[in-house]
Design a protein around this ligand. Structure first.
Ligand code: SF4
Length: 170
């Protein structure tokens, strides 16, 4: 937000929900965003419904590549919303994370932007990673401990005795 404001953008948020499990975690993150958005006068569209089943149907049997589906669905939904709302661009907080597949997100964003007819705004927001963490701590915000889906929750907390899996908190 700080970077975009500095560059003169008027930003509206969109909160996508289907990939955040369980539901109580989804609501906790939504409430955190809502309180923050109120404090900085950020308008946010909150996705209606909670299609956990649809998300899992699309991830099952390709769990190892689930992020590709997840990025695509989130970005496509955002692009279509941006197109309908006549926004100049759409983008994603995924570009801020050091734990996500940055180049893949950029490539999917640009592709769905072309299909939807609204440009994808690309920027590498990762240099602000440390500042973002510090700021969220100062504000006493709830901080998510895993990316979102139930698979990532397992990756974060389930420790297999014989393997050394890397956790991906964001
Ligand atoms: S790990 Fe994150 S990006 Fe990947 S499928 Fe799960 S919620 Fe989506």
């Amino acid at each position: 937000m700080d970077t975009l404001k500095t560059e003169g953008f008027d930003v509206m948020g969109f909160y996508y929900r289907h990939n955040i499990h369980p539901y109580t975690e989804c609501i906790r993150r939504q409430e955190t965003l809502s309180a923050y958005a109120d404090s900085i006068n950020l308008r946010v569209i909150y996705q209606q419904g909670y299609d956990l089943e649809g998300f899992l149907r699309n991830a099952v049997f390709r769990e190892a590549n689930r992020c590709c589906y997840c990025y695509h669905d989130r970005l496509k939904t955002t692009a279509l919303l941006a197109k309908r709302g006549k926004f100049d661009y759409f983008s994603t907080t995924l570009l801020y994370s050091k734990f996500q597949q940055h180049d893949l997100i950029r490539s999917i964003g640009e592709s769905v932007g072309k299909s939807a007819g609204v440009p994808f705004f690309y920027k590498d927001f990762r240099p602000g990673w440390k500042d973002g963490i510090e700021k969220s701590k100062q504000l006493g915000m709830y901080r998510q401990q895993y990316c979102g889906c139930i698979y990532s929750e397992k990756d974060r907390y389930y420790k297999q005795p014989s393997t050394n899996k890397t956790s991906r908190p964001l």
